[in-house]
Write a protein that binds this ligand. Structure first.
Ligand code: X8Z
Ligand code: ZN
Length: 631
């Protein structure tokens, strides 16, 4: 699970490092000879007086040595993380902390040492690896002895608190699965509110630890020459970090009017169902009425917002049950999609070592993930799969990670990653777009008859409740974390600022006043586990670009939403050409390989949903859309 790895690392300042003498920082070119972006780096530390400037060959030898050592430590760490995630207890947490700290200490040591090659005219591959090394940690730790261990321990504790979180309501104990299930199905606002408040309560005890984690990782990021951890996170996109933030703003501006149309329509339907006392006609939507704990995916309340008079003839949830799918069959079906594109079947160890369902006898991290334990063929997924449409989609999402990992298997260690983290998240989602089309469901025998055009709006509405509702959520989590890391907000302001951002981006509010002690962001996995989140926003944009390009390649002529690329070998070949590049080139090169475009482009998601957006505008005619304080 390297791309998800929560890395804390120690930074060992080289003894004898002197203060800088050069007034301005030299630069290196990220992305080798492509000239994609020039990253300013800290000046190389002054070496001992007699030491000669290292040669390009020495730079290459250094990075080769670092890669070999880090690959080894990473493999060890992956085994420990797997144990920790599939059997949470005191000892596995101990092992995880040890292994993670060792990897992080070594990574920071190499990142520090790499500074001596800043001025060396290294070959482009070596230069890119040196750059990637410096940004490879999600949570770097400071140089002091024990700092890496302390950071890893706090990180592991936060993760375990989240994954074992439980609360009691009316004498029954709920974990996240149970509470999510009720949120999805209950239409009683008292019950959904209880589930929502119950789950948020599990995060309150995390607040101080989160502040500690922030302090520790900021110290590490600063040691590596970044302003704070947020600046480090924004540096992973082959472009200036501020330009990257501006790029996400620009993409959001393009899609925000569409989100607001969906928000307006959904709010009206909720108002009609629940009345003014529960969901007023104006202002934000109440967070617990949208069928999902974080209001990030509203597809569970399709029944509430379904258009009157336009029938939807099937539900994927029901088809899967009717056709007796079980978790394993869902994963085999997912694998079959990838092999239909020409990808090799998964190795037998995938089936032996993956976790497909929640074990009864122990605590595990149920949040779905995909792993490449040995940087080679030891691919696995870890899910607590339930037989429903959401998890059918998630299976395709996770397998996308695995097939990506396998495609770049032959790259050197530092290039074994997605072109950027949004690409890694987008691959499986892109395949998922085909996997839920009626055409494909019929091909695999789940659906008897492909509905006619009259069902396009219901279909698009269901998809939008998942994909368009998600867009502001995909941005706001890191908007909040960037402020936390930069010190713009203090621990005392964590929760209040969270809700300001949720209101601003999503137009959503809590169902009631929040207690002083609340730490609601911690009730989301990626905050507790320190997984950067802007990747999912990017993926939401990118997957539609992939889909548009793939459907063009396949010669598809109809509406984009009806296109399935199942069995399209030529698409598979072109996709593989992008995947096998890993992170060896700047992401625009990878994007161009598959789509012919070099920019992230929101017109594809807008094209996909164009008929729905027009329909929503008709539905909203005469309504007062939006809310106070919207962005
Ligand atoms: O975390 C995930 C995947 C694993 S990378 C299941 N997703 C985000 C989430 O659950 O919040 C996929 C969609 C967004
Ligand atoms: Zn993912």
């Amino acid at each position: 699970m390297k791309y998800l790895l929560t890395s804390a690392a120690c930074m060992a300042l080289l003894t004898g490092c002197a203060t800088t003498t050069t007034p301005s920082a030299p630069s290196v070119v990220l992305g080798g000879n492509t000239g994609a972006y020039t990253v300013p780096v800290e000046p190389a530390p002054e070496g001992p007086p007699a030491a000669a400037k290292p040669t390009p060959e020495e730079a290459t030898a250094f990075i080769n040595d670092a890669e070999a050592k880090l690959a080894d430590l990473n493999e060890y760490d992956q085994h420990a993380q797997w144990m920790g995630a599939t059997f949470i207890n005191y000892d596995t947490e101990w092992l995880q902390t040890r292994a993670d700290a060792a990897l992080n200490e070594a990574t920071v040591k190499y990142a520090m040492e790499s500074a001596q090659y800043n001025d060396v005219d290294a070959d482009p591959v070596t230069r890119r690896k040196l750059d990637l090394l410096r940004i490879s940690q999600t949570l770097p730790a400071a140089v002091e002895p024990g700092a890496a261990e302390e950071l890893s321990a706090v990180a592991a504790k936060l993760g375990a608190t989240y994954s074992t979180g439980k609360f009691t309501w009316k004498g029954k104990t709920y974990n996240l699965d149970d509470a999510s299930d009720v949120m999805a199905k209950s239409r009683d606002p008292l019950t959904t509110r209880a589930m929502w408040e119950g789950w948020m309560s599990i995060a309150a005890p995390m607040k101080d630890d989160y502040a500690k984690l922030t302090e520790l990782s900021n110290a590490g990021a600063q040691g590596l020459g970044f302003k704070d951890t947020g600046a480090l996170w924004r540096s992973g996109y082959d472009m200036d970090p501020d330009a990257f933030a501006a790029e996400t703003d620009k993409l959001w501006t393009q899609v925000a009017p569409f989100y607001k149309n969906l928000h307006c329509y959904t709010r009206r339907k909720l108002n009609e169902k629940y009345g003014d006392a529960v969901q007023p006609k104006t202002g934000p939507i109440r967070a617990d009425l949208l069928g999902n704990m974080w209001a990030q995916d509203w597809s569970n309340i399709y029944d509430v917002v379904a258009p009157k008079g336009i029938k939807s003839s099937y539900s994927l949830d029901k088809l899967l049950v009717k056709k007796k799918y079980d978790p394993l069959k869902m994963v085999h079906t997912g694998e079959n999609f990838y092999t239909s594109l020409g990808f090799k079947a998964l190795p037998s160890t995938f089936w032996e070592r993956s976790q497909f369902t929640r074990p009864r006898d122990r605590e595990v991290v149920c949040h779905a993930s995909a792993w490449d334990v040995d940087n080679n063929e030891d691919l696995r997924i870890k899910m607590c799969t339930q037989v429903n449409g959401t998890d059918f989609y998630t299976v395709h999402h996770e397998l996308g990670h695995n097939f990506y990992q396998r495609a770049y298997m032959d790259q050197p260690f530092l290039f074994k990653n997605g072109a950027n983290d949004g690409f890694h998240e987008a691959i499986g989602d892109f395949i998922g777009l085909s996997s839920v089309t009626p055409t494909y469901l019929k091909q695999i025998g789940l659906l008897d008859k492909v509905p006619g055009e009259s069902e396009d709006i219901p279909y698009l509405l269901k998809m939008a409740l998942q994909k368009v509702a998600f867009l502001p959520f995909g941005l706001e989590i890191d908007r909040w974390r960037w402020e936390v890391f930069s010190g713009q907000i203090t621990e005392a302001q964590y929760n209040q600022r969270w809700w300001e951002l949720v209101r601003k981006y999503q137009g959503i509010e809590a169902p009631g006043p929040r207690p002083e002690s609340a730490f609601d962001p911690g009730a989301k996995y990626h905050v507790a586990a320190s997984v950067p989140y802007t990747r999912y926003f990017l993926a939401d944009i990118l997957q539609f670009q992939f889909q548009r390009a793939a459907c063009e390649e396949a010669g598809w002529k109809g509406p984009l939403s009806r296109c399935s690329i199942y069995g399209e070998r030529a698409v598979g070949e072109r996709l593989n050409a992008m995947l096998e590049m890993g992170q060896s080139k700047p992401w625009p090169d990878a994007l161009e390989t598959f789509t012919g475009q070099r920019e992230m482009d929101a017109t594809a998601i807008m094209d996909y949903f164009a008929p729905l957006n027009a329909w929503l505008e008709e539905q909203n005619a005469g309504q007062q859309c939006g809310w106070d304080g919207e962005i």
